[in-house]
Design a binder for this molecule. Structure first.
Ligand SMILES: O=C(O)[C@H](O)[C@H](O)[C@@H](O)CO
Ligand SMILES: [Mg+2]
Length: 390
């Protein structure tokens, strides 16, 4: 089998969007003096799809969520010529070819995200070619179903957050993640606001439900060191990305500071990046996203590393490219799940663009043993709500 065509398309959302409120979620832009649109740094209102055709008629589908027009340009101009004419089953060779050919500029960030999209499509083709779901190619089921945690709870008024938390309990979730709204610039009163929001959610969910806390790189080391002891009494499952992704020593310091596990890796790339984090004991939970980290070919290497360091892998976002790895990896105890919702930050956009994602039942999702590949297809129902760049 040979790859004949690689088609990258950008889908920019032009439908209804829920406006983000101030202090909706702390993020890396907060430390700058200009806070006019700090949310802009993590709105995902566009996506790149990657369709790879073969001479057998099989088509694989991959995706990239970061910087869509740049991802498309990289795929069109650099990656497509490297994989066209090649056998998709040579996935390791093709990954190395893309990684090495773009190494000067592509080994982290959007270059690696673009490689991820191509790699995911290649795995989809392999699954379809042997008529098996991708998780079967990766080792099969290590769990009957995948437990997942509901991930939203952006900072609003406390009553709304409590109602939202209650709705996840009602749906059967036994774990959920909330976001902090305040960071270093907001002083002691912001600190109090942060603590009050955790107390409010804990009050509703009780002590037997896992609560994850997300900073999205909106704090700094000093602030995180002051907050961690104050958060201990809430017994969070983890504190996520307290500082910038590049501050690996900062992560390592925080991870030794209290009993609260520090999580990260959502903005890290390849097994090389994770080797550093693991060797420094910088994170206690790995959160790569397969569509950034280097695709399934890189993610499975990280899973092997994680297993040897006894660090769990709970990928960022739900989504099929992550679910198949989680299903087939004992080192992955659960998945993140973004509730289906009107488009807000953009985490929900996946459901508007693709069909085939499993729905959680009582806090678990399952994958179908009989659907080959990743089980995703494009959702044409919403195409008119996107501006599509071919
Ligand atoms: O962990 C997450 O779910 C991410 O950090 C979110 O995608 C991001 O939107 C911040 O809440
Ligand atoms: Mg996160």
């Amino acid at each position: 089998m040979k790859i004949t065509q690689v088609k990258a398309r950008v889908f920019e959302w032009k439908g209804h969007t829920v406006p983000a409120q101030a202090h909706f979620c702390s993020n890396a832009m907060d430390e700058l003096w200009d806070k006019s649109d700090s949310m802009g740094t993590f709105r995902f209102h566009g996506w790149t799809t990657v369709e790879i055709e073969t001479d057998t008629g099989l088509v694989g589908l991959g995706n990239v969520a970061l910087a869509p027009p740049i991802a498309k340009a990289i795929i069109d101009q650099y990656l497509a010529p490297l994989v066209i004419g090649q056998d998709p089953f040579d996935y390791e060779y093709l990954w190395q070819r893309m990684y090495r050919a773009t190494h000067a500029w592509g080994r982290k960030g959007i270059g690696m995200a673009a490689i991820s999209g191509v790699d995911i499509a290649i795995w989809d083709i392999m699954g379809k070619a042997v008529n098996k779901p991708v998780f079967k190619l990766l080792g099969g089921r290590t769990k009957e179903k995948i437990p997942c945690y509901a991930s939203k709870l952006y900072r609003t008024d406390l009553k709304s957050m409590q109602d939202e938390a209650q709705s996840y309990l009602d749906q059967g979730f036994t774990a959920m993640k909330m976001r902090f709204g305040y960071g270093p610039k907001d002083g002691p009163s912001g600190m109090r606001e942060n603590l009050n929001s955790v107390a409010a959610v804990r009050e509703v969910i009780g002590d037997d439900v896992d609560l994850m806390l997300e900073c999205y790189m909106g704090w700094n080391l000093e602030y995180a060191k002051r907050m961690l002891p104050k958060l201990e009494r809430f017994e969070p499952r983890w504190l996520e990305e307290p500082v910038l992704a590049d501050d690996i020593d900062g992560y390592a310091e925080l991870n030794q500071l209290t009993s609260i596990p520090i999580s990260g890796g959502e903005h890290e790339f390849t097994h090389y990046g994770f080797r550093q984090l693991l060797e420094k004991r910088a994170i206690s939970v790995i959160q790569y996203d397969t569509n950034r980290v280097g695709g399934i070919t890189a993610a499975r290497k990280i899973n092997a590393l994680a297993e040897s360091f006894s660090v769990p892998v709970i990928p960022h976002a739900g989504q099929m490219h992550n679910y198949h790895l989680t299903m087939s990896t004992l080192a992955s105890p659960m998945s993140e799940f973004f509730p289906v919702h009107d488009v807000e930050i953009g985490n929900e956009l996946f459901y508007y663009l693709f069909k085939g994602d499993p729905e959680p039942v009582n806090g678990f999702i399952d994958l179908d043993d009989d659907v080959p590949g990743l089980g995703l297809s494009l959702n044409h129902d919403h195409f008119d709500q996107f501006h599509i760049i071919e």
